[in-house]
Design a protein around this ligand. Structure first.
Ligand code: SF4
Length: 464
């Protein structure tokens, strides 16, 4: 009998965690249909590029990734956010095989079938598990697609459409499956997680014989019952978030909120058309009253059109009062098709950069003080990787994260394994005594391994 050689498909995944989840879904389907995923261009017969179209540098990165894949393999299927604008792609790369928009798995598969017809062998079509692009111990869970807001600097709603929430039952079953196959941290994402369920009128769905409501508070309550770290991203400061913070105070979900505030000056927030803006400081103080340990992360844009020195000073004053734990700061850049492009009084590039530097200097001091306050404490950390420098013995140093650090965007905890050397595995939860700190990272020594048992029936591990 002749053995069929699996045909290999290359995959380039660009963009944010939301795009990463789409990539995982597409890759899962590719494998489920019996294709193999190539690890380099040489082995790939065709390459799928999942693009990002958020800001101009991301569009450029996507276009050059498509160019490179075309040069190396000659056959490229484009999907993702930038795929919503096929004319931009085709103008630069007329030879791409097909262009589809974000989340269009069927469109990608149809294009792939044209290049490499699918294998008729039914056994290759029964792969039971999904592909994750994150390490096994954490996973992104997307609760909704699209966005109902109209922030003037953003074209996501034009690219991805209005918000479409998933049923709570579907999200909970997916989370359950992830936890039962070893995931210890669920990262909840969408464009505006606080608005989850609004579009489907918070309808109920079935989960383990119960009716569950499509509302963020109900969802977090249920996710908290899985017994793993649950971390919320992209939450806006609406009143009902107080109830989420109460769940944090009760230890049901991580005391961590990623709240993209973008600015603090009312004038700029209005020009940005930001949702949930206003009384930001009061809201933060209230959250801290309810949950004193809450770690707050936010991002800001400086140099938005019309931003005066006075507006910027308001932002600095806000940061000094709010004492956020982690802050990202971008200089404003135009996105093709965004309403803000027509706003008057653009800020010169050098002033944008100067403001960004000033903001980061103020914040670095706050972040340093906040991190230094953790010295001497014992924090629960999750181990992400070994940090084996050449002159170290394997396993003596580890890199992990505390409950206040999201993967990829926040700091790390550099951990000496100490007496536990050789006993700690990637993905373990451990107690770490913090001994030192800088503005980004913490340094400490492992004290003990946490005996962790999730509230699910564990499945045997499967690899793809
Ligand atoms: S909330 Fe604003 S910035 Fe975020 S995706 Fe929606 S429109 Fe864009």
């Amino acid at each position: 009998m002749e053995m069929a050689v699996a045909k290999k498909v290359g995959f380039v995944s660009l963009g944010c965690p939301k795009a990463l989840v789409d990539s995982e879904r597409i890759l899962t389907q590719i494998r489920a249909e019996g294709y193999e995923v190539a690890v380099n261009y040489e082995d790939a017969e065709v390459v799928v590029v999942n693009t990002c179209g958020f800001i101009t540098p991301a569009i450029e990165e996507s276009l050059s990734a498509i160019g490179e894949a075309l040069e190396r393999t000659g056959k490229v299927i484009v999907t993702g956010c930038l795929g919503e604008r096929p004319e931009t792609i085709q103008a630069r790369h007329p030879n791409v095989l097909s262009v589809t928009g974000a989340g269009d798995i069927a469109g990608v598969m149809n294009a792939l079938h044209e290049v490499i017809p699918p294998d008729a062998n039914p056994f290759t079509q029964l792969l039971p598990t999904g592909i994750k692009l994150t390490p096994k111990h954490y996973a992104y869970v997307k609760i909704a697609e699209g966005c109902n807001h109209t922030c003037s600097f953003c074209i996501i709603p034009k690219l991805r459409g209005l918000q479409v929430s998933r049923d709570a039952g579907e999200i909970l079953y997916e989370s359950y499956r992830l936890v039962s196959s070893g995931t210890k941290e669920l990262l909840i994402i969408s464009q505006d997680s606080s608005a989850y369920g609004v579009d489907i009128r918070h309808q109920t769905s079935e989960y383990q014989g119960q009716a569950v409501v499509a509302h963020l508070v109900d969802l977090c309550q249920k996710l908290g019952e899985l017994g793993v770290w649950v971390r919320l991203h992209y939450v806006y400061p609406y009143p009902h978030i107080e109830n989420i913070v109460k769940l944090m105070a009760q230890g049901k979900i991580l005391p961590y909120l990623d709240v993209p505030l973008q600015h603090a000056s009312p004038n700029i927030l209005r020009a940005m058309r930001r949702p949930g803006a206003g009384k930001q400081l009061e809201t933060i103080m209230r959250w801290r009253e309810i949950c004193p340990d809450i770690v707050l992360r936010s991002t800001f844009i400086v140099g938005f059109p019309g931003e005066t020195e006075q507006d910027f000073q308001m932002l600095l004053d806000f940061l000094v009062s709010a004492r956020l734990d982690r802050v990202g700061c971008f200089t404003y850049s135009e996105v093709e098709g965004a309403d803000a492009n027509t706003l008057a009084n653009p800020v010169p590039e050098e002033i944008k950069l100067e403001r960004q530097a000033r903001l980061m200097a103020v914040q670095q001091q706050i972040s340093l003080e906040k991190n230094e306050a953790k010295i001497g404490k014992i924090l629960e950390c999750i181990v992400d990787e070994y940090n084996d420098d050449e002159d170290d013995l394997a396993g003596t140093k580890l890199i992990g994260r505390s409950q206040g650090d999201a993967p990829g965007i926040d700091g790390s905890v550099m951990i000496a394994a100490g007496e536990l050397v050789g006993q700690i595995k990637i993905g373990d939860l451990i107690q770490v005594r913090i001994e030192d700190a800088d503005e980004y990272d913490l340094y400490g020594e492992a004290v003990s391994i946490v005996d962790w048992q999730p509230n699910v029936i564990r499945m045997p591990t499967m690899t793809v």
